[in-house]
Write a protein that binds this ligand. Structure first.
Ligand SMILES: Nc1ncnc2c1ncn2[C@@H]1O[C@H](COP(=O)(O)OP(=O)(O)O)[C@@H](O)[C@H]1O
Ligand SMILES: [Mg+2]
Length: 229
């Protein structure tokens, strides 16, 4: 579904991604694990077209999206939940979700969104800025989902979120996959969360993927070593 081939991305003269390649299948969840500064956000921004890649190729199904602007990537089935969530604090929960429906024919929010995230239904008239971090994360995921993506990207969704809500988010991601059969790519530093959701785990270090494992074969202590300083 998503194929990433030899992606290089630089900030000015300084290259941050040195040839990233991986494939993700439909109905597969992949975790990209790595410490701060290793290149997770740069990778996600490159996949989304927020940052240009110097070289390499990105395809969704048979569509080459490497040269597309972000909004075209969205139309071709990519959705993005950025690090830090970036919801609209002064809009209501309902209005925040509707911003994801801007190009849709129907502006009403599908019932499945509220059944995935009941707390958003309870709070639909509240301002986004008044929600807890975990609730804002669920809102950001809901907003991304209403575009009906084939591939959902989530950049560190558990950052700054309390453990009980982390479990809710893992449950929601597994439910999304079961309902929609989509591809989910999630970057993470919390290994227990990645083990709850991912079929395969990669480790990113210094802008390179340095380790790959299936969930079943995961050497937990080895991944923990990569994640500790
Ligand atoms: N706007 C930027 N300008 C220059 N360098 C950046 C910028 N953003 C990130 N970097 C550098 O790129 C590398 C990867 O950063 P980033 O992708 O944010 O890592 P992560 O998301 O894994 O914490 C780091 O060395 C970081 O300093
Ligand atoms: Mg980051």
């Amino acid at each position: 579904m998503l194929r990433v081939t030899d992606i290089h991305t630089a900030y000015g003269q300084s290259e941050a991604l040195h040839g990233i390649s991986f494939d993700a299948m439909p109905n597969e969840t992949i975790a990209i694990m790595g410490r701060n500064g290793m290149g997770k956000t740069t990778l996600f921004k490159t996949l989304m077209g927020v940052l240009p890649s110097k070289s390499g190729r990105i395809t969704i199904g048979d569509n080459d999206i490497t040269k597309d602007e972000s909004f075209r990537r969205v139309a071709k089935g990519l959705a993005y939940v950025p690090q830090g969530r970036m919801i609209f604090p002064t809009l209501t929960v309902e209005e925040n979700i509707q911003t994801g429906l801007e190009n849709a024919k129907v502006r009403s929010i599908p019932d499945e969104i509220y059944s995935l995230f009941p707390v958003l239904f309870e709070m639909k008239r509240r301002k986004g800025g008044n929600l807890s971090g975990g609730q804002q994360q669920q809102l950001a995921i809901a907003r991304a989902l209403v575009t009906n993506p084939k591939v959902l990207l989530l950049d560190e969704p558990t950052e700054g979120i309390q453990p009980s809500i982390i479990k809710d988010i893992a449950r929601a991601l597994n439910e999304i996959r079961r309902m929609k059969g989509i591809t989910i790519i999630v970057s993470e530093q919390v290994l227990s969360f990645a083990m709850d959701v991912a079929d395969r785990l990669f480790v990113i270090e210094g802008g390179r993927l340095v380790h790959e494992t299936s969930r079943a074969d995961t050497d937990v202590s080895r991944i923990k070593q990569y994640l500790s300083v």
